[in-house]
Design a protein around this ligand. Structure first.
Ligand SMILES: [Zn+2]
Ligand SMILES: [Zn+2]
Length: 232
């Protein structure tokens, strides 16, 4: 990943570091902003936006985007500030009584860190609970939102064949030892009347958008596995 100068300025600006015009020209304003960012995130303060600084910038913004998605924004979690991310920050600030400036400063970050459980429009929380009857439910917001999006897209009742799994149940159903179902990051979803290939095509588009990590058609069925991995 190699961000262009405009992107570097945008990523710095919306954390409150870069105050000048987004002009794609690397000057003293960009260097100063980079130094302050590096200082706050424990990097060498050389003012050079190199690989390490870029990786940190992406990490910080991926975290913010994932947190915004907990509130239902559906952003690509790519660590790159663009129009959608800026609009989501403004909207989040407006709805939470914060200063609407598209900057993720202390107050906005604090509000984003208050944990919320995403309330599905189409599913009850218990639909994601481990199917063995143990009651385990660690289902994460990101994948719950994706379940809603899939259900909304096809406009038909959908079934969560597997959401969270306890380790015992995961073993019993032949899940891999590091299955994302263990962490509440995955669903196996099926929609009666929708063939697996069609369902998979839509899930592939969610992966392509950066909101999920991985999806596949479960062999011999019309059900699809989709997971967010460690995106959140
Ligand atoms: Zn269980
Ligand atoms: Zn699965």
């Amino acid at each position: 990943m190699q961000m262009n100068i405009t992107q570097k300025q945008l990523n710095l600006k919306h954390l409150g570091y870069y105050k000048k015009k987004i002009d794609g020209i690397w000057g003293s304003g960009s260097i100063d902003a980079t130094r302050r960012f590096q200082r706050d995130y424990g990097l060498a303060q050389d003012g050079i936006f190199g690989a390490k600084t870029e990786a940190k910038s992406i990490e910080v913004w991926k975290d913010i985007q994932a947190k915004l998605n907990n509130y239902g924004y559906g952003l690509a979690v790519d660590g790159l500030v663009g129009t959608n991310t800026i609009n989501a920050i403004n909207d989040f600030q407006r709805k939470n009584g914060l200063v609407v400036d598209a900057m993720v400063g202390k107050n906005t970050m604090a509000k984003l860190n208050t944990s919320v459980s995403y309330k599905c429009k189409y599913f009850e929380d218990k639909e994601f609970t481990c199917k063995c009857g143990c009651g385990t439910n660690k289902q994460k917001n990101g994948i719950k939102k994706i379940a809603d999006d899939i259900r909304g897209h096809f406009g038909k009742p959908a079934y969560i064949n597997s959401g969270t799994r306890c380790s015992k149940h995961n073993k019993n159903v032949g899940g891999v030892s590091n299955s994302q179902h263990l962490y509440g990051n995955a669903i196996d979803i099926e929609i009666p009347g929708v063939i697996g290939k069609t369902l998979l095509a839509y899930c592939n588009s969610i992966v392509a958008s950066g909101r999920a990590r991985y999806t596949y058609l479960i062999s011999g069925s019309n059900a699809v596995h989709i997971d967010t991995g460690n995106l959140e």
